[in-house]
Design a protein. Sequence first.
Length: 342
Amino acid sequence: MNDPKADRFSAVDAEALEQQAMAEITAAATLDELDAARVKYLGRKSELKQALREIRDRDTGMTLNALRERLEQTVAERLDRLGREKLEQALTGEAVDVTLPGDELPVGHLHPTTHIRRIVEDAFLGLGYRIYDDREVETVEDNFDRLAFPEWHPARSPRDTFFLDERRVLRTETSPSQIHVMLEQPPPIYMVSIGRVYRRDEITPTRFPIFHQFEGLAVDRGINLADLKGTLLHVMRALFGPDRAVRFRTHYFPFTEPSIEPDVSCPMCAGEGCRTCKFSGWIEMGGAGMVDPEVFENVGVDPDEWSGFAFGCGLERSAQLRYGIPEIRPFWESDLRVLRQF
Ligand code: DAH
């Protein structure tokens, strides 16, 4: 009892130390605070560690070691708790919520000309036609000669047509596809050719030097004008709705005999009469007719065995009517304020 060393050890009041340390460890609100408490009570220079180094008697040793273990245990528990709290906070506070809508990406849509083109393609595919993708640079021979254009025809003039040289032109119509397909394969033929054509026109609200046409050709045994009318009716209804009617007016084209101009009942006023149809109730939709025997002979098809019809219509014109677009220019101006509307 009188051992001066024993006095020194009794200076460590284990109970008071435990109370104080436990209070600080459990009160540590952050990992930094916890670490500070750990160093203070369990670090190498802590009161407890120093006392442990100088232990002489067993009882004190057991008491202090037990205290060290309890403190270490409490620090570990607190560390675990604070770690989980921190993770929890990160998950709720900083986490990316994958269920939130993302930034909207601008999405485009089909150009009205492309949309019309697909309607026309679908209508003809449904009839068993072949889609024929053809060249835009043509020979004078296929663009004019084999289509039986007379020498005097104004389209043969460089004032109406873009000539690349004496023998080659930018096609003025999709009709030369009739020639190509008939040279490529024997009848029966059911084909539609869609693409750009070129004419030396001034740009006006209704004319543009580039535009698109779709050209159909059917060659088989016993084909007649009624087949042509039924086919055009099918396509016009696909374009302008099931109530449309079709009528024929006689006309002249070099490569058809007889030639006609098909009209569709006005989609704007349902045939009542309006400004678009100039109060006639009908809209002209292009050209058509029965394939001229001279054309058949030019491509080696026997006109006594085969007959056929052909037709050509403008895609922009169809789009104008379907969407009520009064001019052709917007189709080529790429103005999104306009195109977004269709
Ligand atoms: N190729 C003519 C044009 O561009 C349209 C045309 C008329 C096409 C009669 C035809 C047809 O197939 O038979 O004006």
